[in-house]
Design a protein around this ligand. Structure first.
Ligand SMILES: NC(=O)c1ccc[n+]([C@@H]2O[C@H](COP(=O)([O-])OP(=O)(O)OC[C@H]3O[C@@H](n4cnc5c(N)ncnc54)[C@H](O)[C@@H]3O)[C@@H](O)[C@H]2O)c1
Length: 345
């Protein structure tokens, strides 16, 4: 189908399924062996996704230029028949020769420390990078999944956040580079779906944690773990009453694959709705690590959201997905899988 073709399929109307959709049975697509291209596959979430796809018997093409990821996250994968890494920067047009069934688009700086350090790169990877990756999915007639974020809701005025909420984002604040890049990436994804008939999905990921997070990436869980294990003070921004919800990585990855293998096109929240204040999180980590660290308070960053909690009704209904790992269990698994030395950094 050409770029100028005017057709707006209703994604919910079976009678108007796109040619790509007609290749899939209604309600999902469960190939036994698929080729999956994962952008950002050497990052925290991307590397866990590569592991999961390989464990399910699929082939994986990992596209990652190590901007914020690391070879260390994928070097344990020794299966040249089923896993390749391309050190491509997706800001520039790119292509792969072989057929691809699924494209998981995760490449983007994701932690505030990274996107505040790389504001233009963050905007470019969300715009040019997403454009090039959607073009590749279109050429391969592959199912495309965009890793979006709860940050599209900004500092939300609706609680918990459901997918129908349009958000409350400051476009010109320092965090705007990430939030708006993801909002643009969502708009681009829907345009490729509506105008070009690309089979797309959007997952809005809420805070996720687990092994392979970088100790100095500035996010709450790796920071508190690093500080507690080194018996240094735990730093809380603000008074610690702001809330977050934390999803363990295995739950998140299961949700991503379920969404990719579904027939859904609308955004779907994937996260853990159990809500904790940052003070509760710090105290839980102190207790689990047996640390004697004191808690200290620092100034709140600009545009820091007060509350974050996903409404996961859509994921439950459409995918039968819900998180299974509670916070204490997930934190213990993170400590066991990483080891104190790695978490201290
Ligand atoms: N971790 C979370 O809690 C969370 C929450 C919401 C959304 N997300 C989204 O999930 C995705 C992965 O997040 P993460 O936590 O694993 O981050 P990460 O920084 O660990 O991984 C991102 C990966 O993308 C790669 N990358 C960046 N720019 C690139 C480019 N131009 N070309 C090729 N590769 C590039 C990096 O090298 C890195 O390996 C991101 O899109 C992020 O926005 C994550």
């Amino acid at each position: 189908m050409g770029a100028g073709t005017k057709r707006a399929p209703n994604p919910h109307h079976i009678g108007e399924r796109t040619p790509v959709e007609r290749r899939r049975p209604v309600g999902g697509y469960h190939p036994r062996v698929a080729t999956c291209l994962v952008t950002g596959g050497a990052g925290f979430l991307g590397s866990h996704l590569c592991d999961e796809l390989l464990a399910r018997g699929h082939r994986v093409i990992c596209v990652d230029n190590f901007e914020t990821g690391s070879l260390a996250n994928i070097e344990h994968i020794r299966d040249p028949e089923r896993f390749v890494h391309l050190g491509t920067d997706i800001i520039h047009p790119y292509f792969v020769e072989e057929p691809v069934d699924f494209v998981y688009h995760l490449a983007s700086p994701a932690s505030p420390i990274d996107y505040l350090r790389l504001p233009l790169h963050t905007l470019k990877v969300g715009s040019y990078g997403t454009h090039h990756t959607l073009g590749l999915a279109k050429a391969k007639r592959a199912r495309f999944l965009l890793a979006s974020t709860s940050e599209v809701y900004g500092d939300p005025q609706q609680h918990p956040q459901s997918e129908s909420y349009w958000g409350h984002v400051n476009p010109i604040g320092p965090r705007g580079v990430y939030d708006e890049a993801k909002r643009y990436a969502e708009a681009l994804t829907m345009a490729y779906h509506r105008q070009q008939g690309v089979d797309t999905a959007i997952v809005r990921i809420f805070n996720t944690y687990g092994s392979r997070m970088r100790p100095h990436d500035g996010r709450a869980i790796p920071t508190f773990l690093r500080q507690a294990l080194a018996d240094r003070p735990l730093t809380i921004f603000g008074d610690g009453s702001q809330t977050r919800s934390f999803c363990y990585v295995s739950d998140l990855i299961r949700g991503l694959v379920a969404l990719a293998e579904s027939g859904c096109h609308d955004p779907v929240n994937v996260g853990n709705p159990d809500e904790y204040t940052l003070l509760e999180l710090a105290e839980t980590i102190r207790e689990l690590t047996g640390s004697g660290s004191e808690i200290v308070y620092e100034a709140l960053p600009e545009d820091d959201p007060r509350q974050r909690k996903p409404d996961i009704s859509r994921a439950r209904e459409l995918l039968g997905w819900k998180p299974e790992v509670a916070l204490r269990d997930g934190l213990q698994r993170t400590i066991d899988a990483s080891g104190a030395k790695v978490l201290i950094g």
